[in-house]
Design a protein around this ligand. Structure first.
Ligand code: N2P
Length: 441
């Protein structure tokens, strides 16, 4: 054999050894198994098949660097060039691939104002929720309270223009819409609106909820301490008939510092509508109120819960239902009744004043959305004891609250209650006059 031929044979023999190695296909990939990378092209075939399609089965190809045991860690392959011969590749099973949750894309940074100015009724939020909001979103909440819808309106009209979220009741929403004081809301920023009960949305005071989102609803009636007020009241006579009311003058009677509530209750007691504008009826109500006034201790709608909590301070109160139950947590014995003549039903709302714009308005809507979160709204209800319009919150609300007909009124009570309507012009002037007389006398 010539030397040439021998060389050729040697080359063939070498090829015979090498070819099966270099041209070998990757092994049939069985799921849930490790494979050691033995050749570059084997690897690149695998990579071609699985990389670049990271979320499709069996896409999660993991590797571990076997050469450096200390550094042996599994990770999703993102770059086949990083992998070398000798590394171990793991192909997950179908179930593993399915269970694999890709990390969520980074949340789009939410830009919010540094400070949010909130104007609400007193004792009408679990303050921990405000603190939680501040901590979670890095917004400082400046929180002020008002006594009544008229107080809220007067303060805004007097130039308190810095507020971003306000909480007017039904009729005041209608009035503020009419006065162009509210901003239309961007519901893209309030997806939790979907959590609300249908019967609380699209109200007559703001058809289509263009400007308002329901916050809480309730009734106005009489709170009494059962240890002292016996028999239990069932009528407004307990507050308006001096013969009865003055028996409790020493124990203490509190009236709400709220003209629509006080005059409305007197009209109801007299058998008229809470929205009556007949001057003779209003004079009758004025006389009734003036005669009963000496029996009362205070007009207070912001601090009265605290007084109800102090034994011996107050025993009878013209009251919003939830407040009485908050007081009862501290001073057992307080309970609430809707007088047989009927009373007032209301729904309070979250609105953005027209003066809040840009990032402030965006942040106001973000805060409104936060308060509509099911868990947040549930926690809030358990704290303030008012009926929540939030259907999704119900699993988080104490059954004791959900099942209490004094908080979620039964049908028999619902037929006796009336909604307030906005007043204007001459009618409003008479109401204002009656109220002023009552307060200054
Ligand atoms: C809570 C006030 C309830 C608001 N203290 C009545 N509209």
């Amino acid at each position: 054999m010539s030397k040439k031929l021998l060389n050729l044979l040697l080359v063939f023999m070498m090829l015979a050894v090498l070819v099966p190695t270099t041209l070998a296909a990757p092994p049939a990939q069985e799921e849930g198994q490790d494979y050691v990378v033995v050749a570059d092209d084997w690897l690149s075939k695998l990579a071609d098949k699985y990389l670049g399609n990271p979320f499709a089965y069996p896409a999660i190809v993991h590797y571990t660097n076997q050469k450096n045991a200390e550094d042996a860690s599994y990770a999703e392959i993102t770059d086949p060039d990083l992998i070398e011969i000798g590394w171990k590749i793991y192909i997950p099973s179908a179930a593993e691939a399915e269970a694999y949750a890709p990390p969520p894309p980074p949340a789009e940074a939410l830009e919010l104002a540094d400070t949010l100015y909130v104007f609400n009724w007193a004792d009408y939020i679990d303050e921990d929720l405000v603190t939680d909001y501040e901590e979670e979103f890095g917004v400082t909440v400046v929180y002020d309270t008002f006594d009544s819808n008229e107080d809220l309106l007067a303060k805004l009209q007097a130039g308190a223009t810095g507020y971003d979220v306000i909480f007017p009741s039904d009729y005041m929403v209608a009035q503020m819409i009419e006065m162009e004081m509210l901003a239309p809301l961007d519901f893209n920023n309030i997806p939790n609106f979907a959590n609300l009960h249908d019967f609380t949305t699209d109200p007559s005071y703001d058809p289509g909820n263009v400007y308002s989102v329901p916050y809480y609803w309730g009734t106005t009636g009489i709170g009494y301490h059962a240890d002292v007020v016996d028999p239990p009241p069932d009528s407004w006579v307990w507050l308006f008939d001096p013969e009865i009311a003055c028996q409790y003058a020493d124990g203490g009677i509190n009236m709400l510092d709220d003209q629509r509530e006080v005059i409305g209750a007197a009209l109801k007691y007299l058998g008229y509508s809470i929205n009556d504008t007949d001057e003779a009826h209003l004079m009758e109500a004025r006389d009734l109120l003036l005669a009963a006034k000496p029996c009362w201790k205070t007009f207070d709608s912001s601090g009265y819960i605290d007084n109800l909590m102090i034994p011996g301070e107050v025993v009878l109160a013209h009251a919003w239902n939830g407040d009485v139950f908050v007081a009862a947590e501290e001073n057992e014995g307080w309970t609430y009744v809707m007088p047989k003549e009927g009373g007032i039903i209301w729904q309070d709302n979250m609105c953005v004043p027209a003066t809040s714009t840009g990032l402030s308005k965006r942040t106001a809507e973000h805060f409104i959305n936060y308060l509509l979160d099911a868990e947040v709204a549930g926690q809030n209800t358990n704290y303030i004891w008012y009926a929540s319009p939030n259907k999704a919150a119900e699993p988080y609300i104490e059954p004791e609250i959900l099942e209490d007909p004094a908080i979620y009124p039964d049908e028999e009570t619902m037929v006796r209650v009336e909604w307030l309507e906005p007043l204007s012009g001459e009618a409003l002037a008479i109401w204002d006059r009656v109220w002023t007389e009552l307060k200054v006398e």
